[in-house]
Ligand binder design. Sequence first.
Ligand SMILES: CC(C)(COP(=O)(O)OP(=O)(O)OC[C@H]1O[C@@H](n2cnc3c(N)ncnc32)[C@H](O)[C@@H]1OP(=O)(O)O)[C@@H](O)C(=O)NCCC(=O)NCCS
Length: 166
Amino acid sequence: MSTIRPAIVEDAQGIGWVSVTAWRETYAGIMPADYLAALSIEQRVAVFRDRIANLPDRQAIFVAYSQDERVVGFGVSGPARETELGTDGEIFAINIVEAEKRRGLGIRLMAAMANALSQHGFARVGLWVIDENAPARRFYERLGGREATRKDQAFGIKNLVELGYV
Ligand SMILES: CC(C)(COP(=O)(O)OP(=O)(O)OC[C@H]1O[C@@H](n2cnc3c(N)ncnc32)[C@H](O)[C@@H]1OP(=O)(O)O)[C@@H](O)C(=O)NCCC(=O)NCCS
């Protein structure tokens, strides 16, 4: 049985790997190839190690483990970074590696984050999703998410549209 639990510092290695792997799998053909190639697992591991050790106020990081006890997904939530979403809470990231998709881990990670957000006193949650990321949009729509706003965001030399879902 796969498991979801709050991340500890020892999970940073797995989370960094999932983060870069899922981006390369998801955004191939959407983000510039050299931008994706330049993503550094080491750098993301360092960022997550620090973030887990010094978890910012009202943020939460959850990790998903496969049956054979490898980190295969993670999610990060907390106070909304900007007012544009119109929500007080935000899902900053949710990433699951290709081989473990469509097994309900996404729903379980979202439930864990929703729970943490609600315990921290947030009333509404939003997130940003790249408009070309159709599978993720279907996932959020299945959970009741609706597009509320949009903005341009640069990834390397390419500008992409990010949709704000609430
Ligand atoms: C998007 C993501 C978090 C979904 O998690 P998941 O574990 O694959 O999804 P779940 O198994 O929990 O799916 C729950 C429901 O969402 C919907 N859904 C999920 N993926 C879908 C897809 N590719 N196409 C259509 N609907 C989808 C379905 O209704 C699904 O239920 P079903 O499998 O019984 O039909 C995951 O696929 C992922 O990490 N993708 C890569 C990274 C990414 O795009 N992250 C989001 C960035 S904003």
